[in-house]
Design a protein around this ligand. Structure first.
Ligand code: NAP
Length: 283
């Protein structure tokens, strides 16, 4: 793809499906030179089809967030070919359903590897380039990054970790001209549930003393996804808002339902009070 320095360059992770795919199309439509990354470029068919239908060009590249070499190579290649990097959307992530007694510490570590260290790895590789452009670092977390949810201990721990990391980084990054935001979806009808990769009915059978609670959780979650899930395109609108608003909030929920849910816990729903406080430490 021809490089252009006249338009802003955004790199998005995890664009084979769901919010990442929709965000790539939305960003390209709004004029960004869009680098849509996937851990397996052979899984780019849906992305390419969506780009064709939308009449937009997308630069598809390989990036596995758990592979430091692939992250470094991709970011360096983007800067070499496009001359700049204005924004990164850390979108790649994977759900996990389980509870402490029924899973290994290695499984918990793997959930952290994808959902937390993957984000850290991409952010670290991108930050010098974002600093050069006064760019934006946007990370898709979850309502589960604010409220811990049953049988999501490892996933919510990883998303809490991302929220804590980014909330801490935000004033520091702002001091060198980089804006940091997190985007918090509630249920979204993507490949997310299928990609958890477990047979939930079988998990209930194997859950021992936790079976009644897991069964109730699975039933409630299926109902929530059936009745209240956003489309990936709807959630991607909030990602685009984080990329394009003059001064995006630190924390953006993707729906009124997500705002109401996180509002149960957060007095500082958009993060502005904490950012004002911690930014004042660096003045
Ligand atoms: P999705 O359709 O399953 O998309 C997840 C994407 O992440 C896929 O493209 C997947 O690629 C990619 N990915 C997974 N591991 C990766 C790795 N190691 N390196 C690079 N890419 C990797 O689900 P989604 O709903 O769009 O999820 C996007 C983000 O939203 C995630 O961070 C998720 O935690 C968050 N979120 C989702 C929901 C929801 O209800 N859907 C709610 C709150 C937050 P492959 O195709 O190769 O697996």
């Amino acid at each position: 793809m021809a490089s252009t320095v006249s338009s802003k360059v955004v790199l998005i992770t995890g664009t084979s499906s769901g919010i990442g795919l929709a965000a790539a199309i939305a960003a390209a439509r709004s004029g960004f030179t869009t680098v849509a990354t996937l851990r397996d470029p052979l899984r780019a068919d849906a992305l390419r089809k969506a780009a064709e239908e939308a009449g937009v060009e997308i630069d598809v590249r390989r990036l596995d967030v758990t592979d430091a070499a692939s992250v470094a190579e991709c970011v360096a290649g983007v800067v070499a070919d496009h001359g700049r990097l204005d924004a990164v959307v850390n979108n790649a992530g994977a759900g996990h359903v389980g509870t402490l007694e029924n899973e290994s510490v290695d499984e918990v570590r793997q959930v952290m590897e994808v959902n937390f260290f993957g984000v850290v790895q991409v952010a670290k590789a991108a930050l010098p380039h974002l600093r050069a452009t006064g760019g934006r670092l946007v990370t898709v977390t979850s309502v589960g990054g604010v409220i811990g949810q049953p049988f999501n201990e490892a996933y919510c721990a990883a998303k809490f970790a991302v929220e804590g990391f980014m909330e801490s980084l935000a004033p520091v990054a702002a001091s060198v001209g980089v804006s940091v935001s997190v985007v918090e979806p509630g249920p979204v009808a993507s490949e997310f549930v299928a990609n958890v990769g477990v047979d939930l009915d079988r998990s209930v059978e194997e859950a021992g003393p936790y079976a009644p609670a897991l069964q109730a959780y699975v039933a409630r979650t299926r109902a929530a996804f059936a009745s209240a899930a956003q489309t990936p395109a709807e959630a991607a609108e909030t990602v685009l808002q984080a990329l394009t608003a003059d001064r995006p909030a630190f924390r953006l929920q993707t729906s009124d339902a997500a705002r109401a849910f996180n509002g149960v816990k957060l007095a500082d729903l958009d993060g502005s009070a904490v950012q004002a406080l911690t930014t004042s430490w660096l003045a």
